[in-house]
Design a protein around this ligand. Structure first.
Ligand SMILES: [Zn+2]
Ligand SMILES: [Zn+2]
Length: 854
């Protein structure tokens, strides 16, 4: 698991000029001319100037600065190399026609590995031209071998469409690139299977369409030379574990159709030297900068992979500011528009807790200010509704200042048609539009780079996504500005006060666990339904495959015959790549019968219980009925003045202990647990203020979850000695649990919504005060394990987050949780710090002892 090699990560080597903003004067104008073409018209402010302007305009009347830190990321020149000899003249000419006259060194290196038959991952920054790294070997091979084929996988249809456009624009004879996804008309599908040699699709289509119909794809699979896995860092957690097996199923089917010997790339070209003859297609993976990309790519593909991590594309300088919205004065009755709640924290600011100005409101104001200054700006926000709110709010305030200026701001989200989104991008690139609020960097076209400013509303969950979003700024204007606006939650608050946790350290390793039995079992059923499993296949599917197959035989899903294991049923297994809890629940608008979306069954009780407010593409719906037998929730459009918050009752029992640390009065454990939870009621809370309007009962069955948990125990005596009174123990543990869940994304690439927790002053299985934190997916997704391995770092950040929060008794920035099933009660903030001190002191005594595996 712990194979991180920071020395190989470019982000780790990057030199940052870091300085606390206090006492540092910034040049009013940052000189441009970094060699990447300064197109900044005269009169538009530079990054430092712009930041000063934002700072001055924000909160004119209040004391203190919202800027907690400023980081300068210096500009970097690019390194160009000659075309590799094996790149045919036709391809060079076509690329030159598109403005690509020579590759950056990392592109040529990655392409060379792939062309020589070595699986390779290129993990470099946004806009570093990762596409060329796979286009070169793939297209060179397609031109040299008129029968070879290439399969390209993207996590989004938008990205696949972009790549299709790029390949098609080269106009190469006989390549016939085509997208094959859920939107492809039936009539075109036959043509694509028969004629396209560069098929662009996504893991879902590969899983649901291509692999089950492999016989019809045999001609394509027979000659499959390359598999391109773009944005491969997005395949993490349960989804990533599923995709890992979909890729193994692809390798298996490609190997089943040997036919004419496949030509081996690289054995023609003298320059790359003949590589080892690959057993099957060569994998080329592209990733955002990530910790140990080779190990992650190896887990994903099951193959040895070489990593190229040194980014040799030129980059403009970036000024990166961390921004904490100020605390609001106590409300004086009546809803205050500044309380405009973030979705996630809506209503979590309870009663007496101080509330910060919402990150949405703050980002909307900053967007208005940058647009007013004539600066092209992208604002990123986590939800579609958030994108709409930011755009609408900024438009309104701009129009108040200068009528008509509001029209230069728009929202951008995945619900729009591709054409609409592309025209918005073009308008922003062209300057007709100055501000765009978007949900995710991944939904944007690859051309949309080189902006003057990027505003990030709330930490996007990982440093990898943070850099991906910030990377949209700074290619054209010499010096660009990025601002991270903290939301009112423990992780964001911790980060804006601990810049060292963001800058100058490697981005996270991608966490996935193909051995999760709840992923492996269903995937083996899919594989067996495609063609009977053989003992050799079990090796392909890796650790745990034999046990999983035996369990499937015992359970009646598979039948053992002398020739292998057979799928026993006529229909295909129903497996959702994004969950492990069975078929997803459909959300249907009753008046029209329109399918709005699907919800994981595990979260359906929380998200679409009767009476729940459900948001879809910025539109608000209310759930009329949740039919669990049919897997269907019926909703109608309605925009009530409240949000809904489910409350649940959870119990947990320990099944087994995998590993533990015995630290005297403190124990640290990793193991399997059974979690039983029942959503018993929900609250309606007023949108603006969070005031509880009503609590309504629900009649839903309990749900069982077997998963992996990390937990710690603390002896009552050591708590008493640390000054935690017995009456405060439940509140102290509960507060520590909330903050620990909030900070877990710091050590694992997860979202706080992926994990659950439970704390108790005396658990029957541990017979001690205990805090459990568990993976919210059956079988676990690797998050609890990361937490266990990094327990000291994780819990000391948790402790600091609580101790450093300026509030008195707990607030959403420290110990309150927006998803608490217990209404954030009881919570004991100062005592939580003492509990964590006891745990950390005793853990430190053990260091550097290795955990004992059982
Ligand atoms: Zn607080
Ligand atoms: Zn709670």
């Amino acid at each position: 698991m712990q194979r991180r090699r920071p020395d190989r990560d470019p982000a780790f080597r990057r030199t940052y000029e870091s300085a606390r903003v206090q006492g540092v004067t910034f040049p009013a104008t940052v000189s441009a001319g970094t060699g990447v073409g300064d197109s900044r018209p005269a009169g538009r402010p530079g990054a430092g100037e712009l930041l000063d302007l934002l700072r001055a305009r924000a909160h004119g009347g209040t004391t203190g600065t919202p800027v907690t830190h400023v980081e300068r990321v210096p500009a970097r020149p690019g390194t160009v190399v000659d075309w590799p000899e094996w790149v045919p003249a036709e391809l060079r000419a076509a690329l030159a026609g598109q403005g690509v006259v020579a590759p950056w060194r990392h592109q040529a290196e990655a392409a060379g590995h792939a062309y020589a038959g070595r699986h390779v991952v290129v993990a470099t920054g946004t806009a570093s031209g990762k596409s060329l790294a796979y286009q070169l070997p793939a297209l060179a091979t397609l031109l040299a071998d008129p029968r070879a084929t290439v399969l390209y996988l993207a996590p989004t249809k938008a990205l696949a469409a972009d790549q299709l456009r790029a390949v098609a624009a080269l106009g190469l004879d006989g390549v016939r690139p085509a997208c094959y996804d859920g939107d492809t008309p039936r009539a075109e599908r036959d043509w694509i299977r028969a004629h396209s040699r560069f098929v662009l699709t996504n893991p879902d289509m590969l899983h649901h369409g291509i692999l089950p119909g492999h016989a019809r794809w045999s001609a394509f699979l027979r000659r499959l030379a390359f598999v391109v896995v773009d944005e491969c860092h997005t395949y993490r957690g349960v989804f990533g574990s599923h995709v890992a097996h979909v890729l193994r199923r692809l390798r298996r089917q490609a190997a089943r159709y040997p036919g004419t010997p496949r030509s081996v790339p690289g054995q023609r070209g003298a320059a790359g030297g003949p590589g080892p003859a690959p057993d099957g297609p060569v994998f080329v993976l592209a990733s955002a900068t990530s910790g140990d990309p080779a190990a992650a790519a190896e887990r994903l593909t099951g193959l040895p992979v070489t990593a190229i991590t040194e980014d040799t594309a030129p980059r403009g300088g970036l000024t990166f500011a961390l921004w904490e919205p100020p605390l609001l004065p106590p409300p004086t009755g009546g809803p205050d528009p500044a309380h405009l709640a973030d979705e996630v924290t809506a209503g979590a600011g309870l009663d007496a807790a101080p509330v910060r100005r919402s990150a949405l409101r703050e980002t909307a104001d900053l967007l208005g200010d940058t647009v007013a200054a004539g600066v092209r700006t992208l604002a990123f926000v986590r939800s579609r509704r958030g994108a709409e709110v930011i755009a609408t709010t900024a438009r309104r305030s701009l129009d108040e200042a200068v009528p008509g200026l509001g029209a230069r701001v728009a929202a951008y989200r995945s619900g729009y048609l591709r054409e609409e989104r592309r025209s918005l991008e073009q308008a922003l690139l062209g300057g007709e539009l100055l501000g765009l609020a978007s949900t995710s960097a991944l939904e944007l076209g690859v051309d949309l780079v080189g902006l003057d400013a990027v505003l990030i509303c709330g930490y996007p969950g990982t440093r990898a996504s943070l850099w991906q979003q910030a990377g949209r700024a700074g290619r054209s204007g010499g010096e660009a500005l990025a601002v991270l606006v903290a939301r009112d939650d423990p992780l964001d608050t911790y980060l804006v006060h601990h810049p060292e946790a963001l800058f100058g350290r490697p981005v996270e390793a991608t966490v996935l666990d193909p051995a999760n039995p709840y992923v492996l079992g269903p995937q083996l059923c899919c594989a067996a339904a495609e063609s009977p499993l053989t003992p050799a296949d079990l090796e392909l599917f890796g650790e745990g495959a034999k046990e999983a197959v035996d369990a499937l035989v015992a359970g009646g899903a598979l039948r053992r015959r002398p020739t292998g294991w057979y799928w026993r049923h006529t229909g295909r297994p129903e497996v959702d790549l994004r969950g492990t809890g069975g078929a997803p629940v459909d959300v249907v608008e009753s008046s029209t019968g329109r399918l709005l979306g699907t919800v994981d069954p595990a979260s359906s009780h929380f998200q679409v219980h009767p009476g729940a407010v459900y948001l879809h593409q910025g539109v608000s719906y209310v759930v009329d009925d949740l039919n669990l037998d049919d897997g269907c929730a019926l909703v109608h459009a309605e925009e009530p003045d409240w949000s809904t918050h489910p409350r649940d009752v959870t119990s947990l029992s320990v099944v087994s202990v995998r590993s533990y640390l015995d630290c005297g009065p403190v124990g640290m454990f990793l193991g399997e647990v059974d979690v039983t939870s029942q959503v018993v009621s929900y609250q309606r809370r007023r949108l603006a203020s969070g005031e509880v309007l009503a609590t309504l009962p629900l009649d839903l069955p309990a749900r069982e979850l077997r998963t992996v948990a990390v937990w710690f125990t603390v002896s009552p005596e050591s708590l008493a000695a640390a000054g935690v009174e017995a009456a405060e123990v439940p509140g102290a543990l509960h507060a520590a649990e909330h903050a620990a869940i909030g900070l877990l994304p710091l050590v694992a690439t997860c979202d706080r919504w992926d994990i659950g927790g439970l704390s108790t002053a005396n658990h029957p299985d541990t017979e001690a005060p205990t805090v459990f934190v568990y993976d919210g997916h059956p079988g676990g997704a690797g998050f609890a394990e990361r937490a266990y391995r990094a327990a000291s770092a994780w819990l000391s950040a948790t402790r600091d987050a609580i101790a450093e929060c300026g509030c008195e008794a707990g607030c959403p920035s420290c110990v309150q949780s927006p998803k608490c099933g217990n209404g954030n009660n009881p919570l004991a903030k100062p005592e939580a710090v003492r509990v964590l001190d006891v745990v950390l002191t005793n853990l430190a005594k053990m260091a550097p002892a290795e955990p004992a595996d059982t």
